[in-house]
Design a protein around this ligand. Structure first.
Ligand code: PGA
Length: 243
């Protein structure tokens, strides 16, 4: 895995945005795999700035988000659908028909998951996948476990994830306990992956995914198998590596 250690969150965000833009310039109809959470907010801000400055064109880009809570309505401000529109899509010239996010209110979750995989395949697969990481090493909502699912699936959130995400809700009881997430095969099939890691609370997991061991108990460690993954990490998250 390539590793870029950045001074701070802003530098990490700018480098990630530059990589997304260079992908889209090379291939204007790129298929982007997108992530939510606190970490990529700065990257989305920078992408919006670049779009407004005439440096980026998303008109032909297709996007597939990694995950969505289940069950949640897409208009619920806690949904990832809402997050993506507020933090990115509504500010740029993406074609709404090219936006894909798992439907968190689908009656038939199984059907929703298999359709999502089909749509990704039909689009030609993900060209560039943007990832964040959970403190427990999850990517998307692929939670640590003895077995991981290769395909898009409905999953139960781990208690670590529920605790970590409670900060976005009024109370921990409001955090959904399930989610739809793309599986590990979809992530690992992406042609290029960038993993953004920021903050002191990610330093421990950062060390674990770089220690050469691969385990389903740390789903992000499987990225070591991918031929073109770049970790973009700020100094706070990398302090155990640099000190
Ligand atoms: P965060 O979440 O960016 O809000 O830390 C990342 C994740 O849980 O995947």
């Amino acid at each position: 895995m390539n590793k870029i250690i950045c001074k701070n969150y802003d530098e990490m965000s700018n480098i990630a945005a530059d990589m997304v833009i260079s992908q889209v310039r090379q291939k204007p109809d790129s298929v982007l795999g997108l992530a939510t959470g606190s970490t990529p907010i700065g990257m989305y801000k920078k992408l919006i700035q670049m779009y407004k400055a005439g440096q980026a064109d998303f008109s032909q880009v297709k996007t597939f988000n990694l995950d969505e809570y289940y069950k949640i309505d897409k208009d619920n401000p806690q949904s990832y659908n809402y997050y993506m529109h507020e933090n990115f899509f509504k500010h740029v010239n993406i074609n709404p028909q090219n936006i894909h996010i798992p439907n968190g209110s689908a009656e038939n979750a199984e059907e929703e998951c298999s359709n999502y995989d089909k749509m990704i395949e039909q689009s030609g697969g993900i060209d560039l996948q943007v990832l964040g990481i959970g403190v427990n090493g999850h990517i998307g909502f692929n939670e640590p476990a003895t077995e991981l699912n290769s395909k898009t699936h409905l999953t139960r959130l781990s208690i670590d994830t529920i605790r970590a995400n409670a900060r976005f809700f009024d109370s921990i009881d409001q955090v959904p306990t399930q989610a739809i997430t793309v599986g590990m095969a979809t992530i690992l099939k992406a042609k290029k992956i960038i993993l953004l890691i920021s903050g002191k609370n990610k330093a421990e997991i950062m060390g674990k995914i770089l220690n050469g061991k691969i385990t389903t108990n740390i789903p992000a460690s499987l990225l070591q198998l991918h031929p073109d993954t770049t970790i973009i990490v700020d100094e706070e998250a990398a302090y155990k590596l640099v000190s």
